[in-house]
Design a protein around this ligand. Structure first.
Ligand SMILES: Cc1ncc(COP(=O)(O)O)c(C=O)c1O
Length: 446
């Protein structure tokens, strides 16, 4: 992509690498063989310290929902920073009240009974709170989550997460059991949809019956799994899951940290595609478009279970994050970005399907709207994950000005989740670049 004029930051990439190595936890990950020093963002594009322009096909890990430094939102944040940064929820401020009202309006289609919010700084805090709410409301303490899921890095969130790569050797929160996700490409029962009769979703009942006390506080799932590798279950999956969860007394929690706010196309929340009514929705990442903002929305009944109890989050709901959140809601409506996600998302998905027809290394293409991905395999029959090749494609794409993400337990899924403002021209660039990178990798591995 073309270069832009970006002033050099005061530290070189080498100096940053040295400081990070010395002063940041060694578990602080980076992408790419040669990490990129990104110093500027403009809607769907970012720039490195040498002025090289990239299309951000991964939205800074699905956080930049409507575009880097969106010109409608930046002035609102700046004005708020210049007026009042923080006082905590112990004091009144209009932003949080307005945002909570707008959230209840936005959540109507997911479930008209969702009225009450609480705001945090991150997704893990939101999921921790959802678990607390579920326990308080049901007076139960066990949970069912899904294999391949990701819910965050605090202790409860890590316990809910269904991937060993995201866990450490810790004393986990007990009473969390993992059921099969709707991952048709790697069906744990070696069955095929639809003749499988949704064995994966039905197994949730088996997990409750055989692993728990027979009563659960809740079930948590991402409508489309993010870090799990864009696992997009069949249309029946969550209805079956919902009925089982209700049968055993649990609340249904939709973790919309990645799928929230239009990313899956037209629907505000991803779960709306499945037509079930979640009791609690958790959210973060894109809802702040780069500002630290997370939260939950719950039914009034569930929220009432917190009456008389203290729950506080020092920076949660601060006026600056709320200004950013209000700005995101405004531009989503003004520019109809959720619909753009449907249109451009379908265009990209069709192109990915076409690439799968020509590149044997692609085993599966998945996702909805602008939450897309494709799985790379060494052999379509054995489905052996092509993890090294995935990294190579990411490097090659980066060199050509396209940033994409990766996911799945084996790290063999390329994730394409650009800001919702991208255009068809950007989609063509993604297609052309990936086509070229796939051809190179296939040649190298012959
Ligand atoms: C689906 C999902 N839930 C929860 C989280 C945790 O969010 P955070 O990193 O903001 O704590 C993430 C991302 O990290 C996520 O992708």
């Amino acid at each position: 992509m073309a270069k832009s004029t970006v002033s050099k930051m005061s530290l070189s990439t080498k100096e940053i690498a040295e400081l990070r190595a010395k002063h940041l936890l060694p578990s602080t990950m980076t992408y790419f063989t040669d990490p990129v020093n990104i110093v500027k963002g403009e809607m769907q594009y970012v720039y490195d310290d040498a002025g090289k322009k990239y299309l951000d096909g991964f939205s800074a890990v699905v956080t930049i929902s409507v575009g880097h430094c969106h010109p409608d939102i930046v002035p609102k944040i700046q004005a708020q920073v210049a007026t009042l940064q923080h006082m905590t929820t112990l004091y009144f401020h209009p932003n949080i009240a307005l945002y909570a009202k707008k959230m209840a309006e936005a959540a109507k289609n997911a479930n008209p009974a969702l009225h009450v919010s609480f705001f945090t700084n991150a997704g893990c805090e939101a999921n921790e709170l959802a678990a607390i709410l579920a326990k308080n409301y049901t007076k139960q303490m066990e949970f069912v989550a899904l294999r391949h899921s990701f819910h965050g890095r605090t202790l409860m969130a890590m316990s809910l997460t269904g991937q060993s790569v995201w866990r450490h050797s810790l004393p986990y929160v007990f009473g969390v059991y993992h059921a099969p996700a709707g991952y048709c490409y790697r069906c744990p029962f070696a069955m095929t949809y639809p003749s499988c009769d949704m064995a994966c979703a039905k197994e949730i009942e088996g997990v409750i019956k055989y692993s728990s006390s027979g009563k659960i506080a809740g079930f948590i799932a991402e409508p489309i799994q993010g870090f799990g590798g864009v696992v997009d279950p069949p249309k029946e999956y969550f209805k079956i899951a919902y009925d089982i969860v209700k049968k055993y007394g649990g609340v249904f929690i939709a973790d919309e940290v990645q799928t929230g706010f239009g990313r899956t196309g037209d629907k505000f929340f991803g779960i709306e595609h499945w037509g079930v009514k979640p009791d609690i929705i958790t959210m973060a990442k894109g809802i702040g478009n780069g500002a630290p903002l997370g939260g939950i929305i719950a039914t009034t009944d569930i929220a009432e279970s917190m009456r008389g109890k203290v729950h506080f989050n020092t920076y949660g709901g601060n006026p600056v994050s709320m200004a950013a959140g209000l700005g995101v809601l405004e531009v989503l409506e003004k520019y109809n970005y959720a619909h753009n996600a449907t249109v451009v998302g379908k265009y990209i998905k069709d192109k990915l399907m076409e690439l799968m027809g020509r590149h044997k290394i692609i085993g599966d293409v998945r996702g909805k709207g602008l939450m897309l991905g494709f799985e790379l395999v060494k052999d379509r029959k054995t489905k052996e994950p092509a993890a090294k090749e995935t990294l190579r494609i990411m490097d090659l794409a980066k060199d050509r000005g396209l940033l994409v993400g990766k996911g799945a337990m084996a790290g063999n899924v390329i994730r394409i989740k650009p800001p919702l403002c991208i255009t068809k021209d950007d989609a063509d660039f993604i297609y052309k670049t990936l086509d070229e990178c796939l051809s190179i990798v296939e040649k190298e591995t012959k």
